[in-house]
Every structure is written in structure tokens, then in C-alpha cells.
Design a protein around this ligand. Structure first.
Ligand code: HEM
Length: 455
């Protein structure tokens, strides 16, 4: 007998269904569906049926299915107007060609270099802060992460020459994100997007040409993409270089900035745990000491805090696929044409997976508790399966570096006490949060850091 389609969550309005509530407060809507019906239920966004699946086994199925059955490309089609056919926005055969190329950009020796660049950039920012003051940690870290991305991906020379203009143009691309409207409507935001893309092409064209002529002169992401060959043995063409660069920056910068800011905010809200972090920094990587890979892996308490933020404040709070062939989840059948989604903010808080799931408790990731190890798919802030985030280690390392360097040089105090989650079309982030800072007296002069980086 054919299984039924998933039961619908309460509160659907005529015509709109749950669309208005979904836009206003999707976590509450999804939480309600879970309470009413358990791990598989449905919503209606106008005339689009959406199945929501929650729980590690359903999450596993969602991530492990083939693109042929659950398409990742289709729900994100609106991104193509910005980035073209790149990564999972490309047809599957093209995606399979691009994926190893992108994975290679993040291999271990590259990462060691990026971690050094991260430290230089973060240190430069800390030096610019003076001895004391107040900052909005959300926007400051947003700019800092742009600086890191600019220096690692474009390289310091290019970033210095075009960095600010590049990010302004990039903002125009972001403002044109629109999953509903056809991307070619004659609207000012789409016109601005196309103008920004044209200007970026104009800026990057001579840079790419110069890089092609000097394949050994630079050590950055841009050069690595340019030096690569596709499966056909031909160099990656200019448009693809540009799209990969933009696509990776999009995937990586707001997501990382949001979780990095939350990590500091939560640590400041939890002084007992903060003391453990400070003691660890003092022992493993006190001020002025370069954080090499050996030290990095000893910063366990920071790493656990970073994981706990992935769980409690994921930058991506839902992931979508289009069902291409009828598929079963538990007792239900989800027909082709439906959307299916997983929801981190609910899936990360199941009490049978995480003890006291609402509590900030990074020690749950310590080896003796290892709550994330009881099921491979109970924590999925970076996705899972084929499309698991390629930049996960890059992002985690960056968040660890920002946290360690900031805390070891400054005493911090939260001025804003009621930070909320700001949800957008891209990544979630904290609302404006003022932090008061004072330079610690024992922090040595920073040239030592630069010198140590060459050890
Ligand atoms: C805290 C920071 C980050 C978070 C929370 C995050 C989250 C995610 C998630 C959830 C996915 C899976 C999407 C899906 O299955 O629908 C993903 C994929 C991806 N991410 Fe990230 N990401 C972060 C940082 C980065 C960085 C720094 C980069 C690169 C610079 C990056 C590059 C990618 C790429 C290329 C994919 C697609 C993988 C594929 O389909 O093969 N991400 N990310």
C-alpha cells in the first residue's frame, strides 16, 4: 500500500499557506510541526509543498541521497544569476569535475599557509584597535573576515589594490539575492547586480592575465585556481576562475563571520567556561606566540566552543532539496516536485542526542562525553555527505584564531546583553552587539608574532 504524504503543520492560511510565518519566524513554525507530528511533517509555502525531516536518521538520508533523487541544484537556482554554473549550481557532471579542484584548494599544506595569513590579518586588526574602546563585534568581525578572505583568496597584493571596491561590488551582488522573482526583471537591484558583475570582470581580467603569465610568483587561492587544469587538460577559463572565486567567498565569509561573532559573545556570557579558555590560551599559546599546527590542536576548549556555536547558532538554519523521484522518509512518501528540508536549529536540539540541548555546554564535545559522536548526522551545521562544506576546516581554524588572538590580548566585556539572531537570505548572524575592550598589560609587542610565524 502506498504510504501517505506527511501531515501538515497547523496554522496554514488560505492561498498563502505558511509562507508569511515561514518568512517571519521559521524556527518556531518548524518546532511546532515537530511537536505536533514528530520527525516528518509538511508545510505549504503558497502552492509549494515542503516536507521537513528531523532526526539523525532522516538527516542521514537527506544528505546521503543522490543528486538525481534529491536535487541540490534546483532550490538554489536563483544564485546562478550571481555566480553562474559553479559548484553545486552546475549540472551534475560539471560539478563532479569542479569538486576535486576545489577540494585541492583546501588541502593540508595550503591550510597551513592560510592559518599563517589569518594570524597576520587578525593581528593587524587588533593592533589597529588601540588600548581601549568599544566596538560592534558583529560588524567588526564581518569586515575582519572579509580581510582574511581577501588576503587568502585574492592574495595581499590584489586585495590591497582592489579590496574595498571589490567588497562594495560584492555587496551589490548580495542585495540582489532573490529566490522568488525571475532574475532578469528590469529592477534597480538586478541592474546594479549586473553592473557590479561587469565591473568585477573588468577588474579581474588583467589580474588573471598577469597571473597566468607568472604561475610561480604568488601563493594564494586565486593563483591556485588559475594554475589548475580541468579534466580536459585545459586551464580553467577566466569566467570559471571568477565564478569560483565569488562563489567561495559567498559560501564562506558571512557564514564564518556570524559564527565567529557568536563564539565570542557566548564566551563572554559564560565566565566559568571563559576562564577555562583563558587558562588554555595561557598554557598553549600566550600572547606573542605564533599558533603553529601543534599549538592549534591543543586549543581544545576553543574548538569545543566553536562546535557548540555551530550547534546553537548555525549560520545556515535550513538546507533544501527538490524531490526528483518519489521518496520515503519514515512512514511517509514525499512525491516528486515537493521540496524537502532539514533544519539545524531544531535538529541540533534533540534531547536524545544532546543533554540539556538548550544549554551552552561546549564540554559535551570533550572526548569523555563526545555527544556528537553518537550519530554521524546529529550535528550538521556544515551539512553532510557529498555536499558537506568544503571550507569547514578553513572556517573552524579561522574562528579559533580570531577567538584566541582577541582573548589573549584584550579583556572584553559585553555591553549589549540582549543580542538576537538576525536572519537573512544568506547567513544568520548576531544583531549589533557592543563589546568594551581593554588591552591586557602583559601583551608583548607584536613584532614577535611576525618573527615567530617564520619559525
Ligand atoms: C562557519 C562557516 C560556514 C558554514 C556554517 C558553512 C555551511 C555550509 C553548509 C551547511 C553547506 C552544505 C549546503 C547544502 O548541503 O545544501 C556548505 C557547503 C559548502 N561550503 Fe560552506 N560553510 C562555511 C564556510 C565555508 C567556507 C569558508 C568556504 C570556502 C571558502 C565554504 C565553501 C563551501 C562549499 C564549496 C560548499 C559546497 C560543497 C559541495 O557541494 O561540494 N564554506 N557550507
Amino acid at each position: 500500500m502506498t504510504k501517505p504524504t506527511p501531515p501538515i503543520v497547523s496554522g496554514a492560511l488560505p492561498v498563502l499557506g505558511h509562507a508569511a510565518e515561514f518568512q517571519r519566524n521559521r524556527p518556531d513554525l518548524i518546532r511546532r510541526g515537530f511537536v505536533e507530528h514528530g520527525g516528518v511533517f509538511s508545510l505549504k509555502l503558497a502552492n509549494q509543498n515542503v516536507a521537513v525531516v528531523i532526526g539523525p536518521d532522516h538527516q542521514k538520508k537527506f544528505f546521503m541521497e543522490t543528486d538525481g533523487r534529491l536535487s541540490i541544484q534546483e532550490p538554489y537556482t536563483f544564485l546562478k544569476a550571481m555566480f553562474g554554473e559553479v559548484l553545486f549550481l552546475a549540472p551534475h557532471d560539471k560539478y563532479l569535475q569542479q569538486r576535486p579542484l576545489v577540494q585541492e584548494l583546501f588541502k593540508r599544506e595550503k591550510m597551513l599557509h592560510y592559518v599563517n595569513v589569518m594570524q597576520e590579518v587578525v593581528q593587524k586588526w587588533l593592533d589597529s584597535l588601540g588600548d581601549s574602546g568599544e566596538i560592534d563585534i558583529t560588524s567588526e568581525i564581518g569586515v575582519l573576515v572579509q580581510e582574511v578572505a581577501g588576503n587568502c583568496f585574492l592574495g595581499p597584493e590584489v586585495h590591497q589594490a582592489i579590496g574595498r571596491e571589490f567588497w562594495d561590488l560584492y555587496a551589490d551582488l548580495g542585495k540582489a539575492l532573490d529566490p522568488l522573482l525571475p532574475p532578469n526583471l528590469p529592477l534597480p537591484k538586478f541592474y546594479k547586480r549586473d553592473k557590479a558583475k561587469a565591473r568585477m570582470t573588468e577588474i579581474l581580467r588583467p589580474i588573471i592575465a598577469e597571473r597566468r603569465a607568472n604561475p610561480d610568483k604568488y601563493n594564494d587561492f586565486l593563483q591556485d585556481i588559475i594554475n589548475k587544469e580541468g579534466n580536459d587538460g585545459q586551464p580553467v577559463d577566466e569566467e570559471m576562475v571568477r565564478n569560483l572565486l565569488l562563489g567561495l567567498m559567498f559560501a564562506g565569509h558571512e557564514t564564518t563571520a556570524g559564527q565567529a561573532a557568536w563564539t565570542l559573545i557566548f564566551l563572554l556570557k559564560h565566565p566559568d567556561y571563559l576562564q577555562k579558555v583563558l587558562a588554555e590560551i595561557e598554557e598553549v599559546a600566550p600572547a606573542g606566540v605564533h599558533i603553529d599546527p601543534k599549538r592549534m590542536v591543543q586549543l581544545d576548549h576553543i574548538a569545543w566552543a566553536v562546535h557548540e556555536i555551530e550547534r546553537l547558532r548555525p549560520s545556515a538554519d535550513m538546507l533544501m532539496r527538490v524531490v526528483k523521484e518519489d521518496i520515503e522518509f519514515g512512514d511517509y512518501l514525499i512525491p516528486a516536485g515537493w521540496l524537502v528540508q532539514v533544519a539545524q536549529e531544531i535538529g541540533h536540539k534533540l534531547p536524545d542526542q544532546f543533554a540539556e540541548p538548550e544549554r551552552f555546554d561546549p564540554l559535551r564535545f570533550s572526548p569523555d562525553r563526545a555527544e556528537d559522536k553518537q550519530h554521524r548526522f546529529n550535528l550538521f551545521g556544515f551539512g553532510g555527505g557529498t555536499h558537506k562544506c568544503t571550507g569547514m576546516n578553513f572556517a573552524n581554524n579561522e574562528m579559533i584564531i580570531i577567538t584566541a588572538l582577541m582573548l589573549r590580548q584584550f579583556e572584553l566585556e559585553l555591553v549589549t546583553q540582549d543580542t538576537q539572531i538576525l536572519r537573512g537570505l544568506g547567513a544568520n548572524k548576531p544583531t549589533k552587539t557592543i563589546v568594551r575592550y581593554r588591552r591586557r598589560e602583559l601583551a608583548p609587542a607584536e613584532p614577535e608574532l611576525a618573527a615567530a610565524a617564520g619559525d
